[in-house]
Design a protein around this ligand. Structure first.
Ligand SMILES: Cc1ncc(COP(=O)(O)O)c(C=O)c1O
Length: 418
């Protein structure tokens, strides 16, 4: 195997690249020259379009998915020492927002097939906590925090593959827990006939939070969107997204008494700009075209790797449609003479950018130190992380780009198989 330090003299294929056309770039330019840059008509249109695309009742454009997750917990009234369940197999945001309230993130291990939270372990955890079993709490808070029913569940649709929402909604309803879906990867995705973010038939409060970060399936550079069925949650989130002010700049501008507003709560500065929203409108208009291209790339990868025993290709459950935000390939360490990191280095040497999703949260210093977690506490998350590699999958990739990735992966696997 060639030295990974030796970079080949070939063009580099990045791991991700936004697919933005000239038309959208022109529209953004027009907005920049229009004289109105911050939250306004473009944001309103983006909210309307997204609500229509996914079938949501209320949609609120925000500065990030992290902001949407944060405001969701705020609107639900999460407070210190409340228990909120999520997956350790996620990005920093999902659990950090729980900590913003001094609430306790309770991690639940994942399903080895999908990387999503395991519904069986989730059910056992909720029931154990509801019965007062301290052993379901993070190790270091078992003496100080009381085991009881969690206030909310935060499932994450990892890579764009929807979680088992039937099981999650049923459990949430039975125990009166709110649901905050981390749908950062899941636009557009569906569970059965229902799009992620669509109005949902569940009798507990719920929100879903999308990310428009630069690498996501729909991007505004930085941005996010919160959807919910409940008018009172939507109203609270709108209020808190802009300083807790009773009227924002856009509504003030359009009225006679334009200088006046009232601060009714200590809110945040989480609004989206019209510049970003215009980019988002161009993206949203092509959301299905871009997804179809990613799905085609995924199919090509999977058929090309199917016979390589050292690899495990992603499985999408029958009743869901993935957004294909990520193509999460796994190596089978027992069949390969090199580890995952060496494969990543080799692909880098061959000019291919990759990423790893995710370093599970319980392995990070903060969660280890704060909650006393050990790697073995979530063995499936730890094991799957160690063998995962995310390959480039974006609509701007040419067929030649896709074949270049396939050739490089096949080469390293054939050379190093055992
Ligand atoms: C699973 C998950 N949740 C939340 C986020 C946060 O999104 P944002 O960067 O829009 O705040 C990300 C971003 O990468 C993510 O991957």
């Amino acid at each position: 195997m060639p030295s990974p330090n030796h970079r080949a003299e070939i063009p580099f294929l990045p791991f991700a690249r936004p697919d933005v056309g000239e038309e959208t770039a022109d529209a953004v330019r027009d907005v920049i020259l229009s004289g109105w840059l911050t939250t306004g008509e473009q944001c309103r249109q983006l909210e309307e379009s997204l609500a229509e695309v996914v079938g949501a009742r209320h949609a609120i454009a925000l500065s990030s998915c992290t902001a949407a997750l944060h405001l969701s917990l705020e609107a639900l009234g999460v407070k210190a020492n409340d228990l909120v369940i999520t997956s350790p197999y996620t990005f920093a945001s999902t659990a950090e927002v729980i900590r913003y309230f001094d609430a306790v993130p309770v991690f639940v291990d994942i399903d080895a097939v999908t990387f999503n939270i395991s519904c069986d372990v989730l059910e056992a955890t909720v029931e154990g906590l509801a019965a007062g079993d301290q052993s379901f709490l993070p190790p270091s808070v078992r003496d100080t925090v009381e085991a009881r029913t969690p206030v909310a569940l935060m499932p994450v649709h990892v890579g764009g593959v929807p979680c088992d929402l039937d099981g999650i909604y049923k459990l949430a309803s039975a125990h009166r827990m709110a649901i905050v879906e981390d749908a950062a990867h899941a636009l557009p995705a569906s569970h059965g006939s229902r799009a992620i973010g669509a109005a949902v038939d569940v009798d507990v409060p719920s929100t879903a939070c999308f990310s428009f970060y630069a690498t996501k399936t729909v991007t505004t550079g930085e941005g996010g969107m919160l959807v919910t069925d409940e008018g009172n949650i939507a109203d609270r989130i709108r209020l808190m997204s802009l300083h807790g002010m009773s009227r924002n700049a856009w509504t003030r501008e359009g009225e006679d008494n334009s200088w006046s507003y009232e601060i009714v709560a200590p809110g945040y500065k989480y609004n989206m700009t019209d510049i970003a929203a215009t980019l988002g409108l161009g993206q949203l208009a092509r959301v299905n075209i871009m997804r179809d291209r990613r799905a085609a790339i995924a199919r090509r990868y999977t058929e090309s790797f199917a016979r390589l025993e050292a690899l495990e290709t992603p499985t999408v459950p029958d009743n869901v449609e993935s957004a294909w935000h990520l193509y999460m390939l796994r190596i089978r360490p027992e069949r390969l003479a090199v580890d995952r990191d060496r494969v990543v280095s080799y692909l880098q040497y061959r000019g291919i950018g990759t990423s790893i999703h995710f370093i599970p949260l319980h392995l990070h210093a903060y969660y280890r130190n704060k909650y006393g977690y050990e790697p073995g506490d979530f063995p499936i998350a730890t094991r799957e992380f160690e063998r995962e590699i995310s390959l480039p999958i974006y609509s701007g990739m040419s067929d030649a780009d896709v074949e270049m990735v396939i050739d490089a992966v096949r080469e390293v696997v054939l050379e190093c198989s055992r």
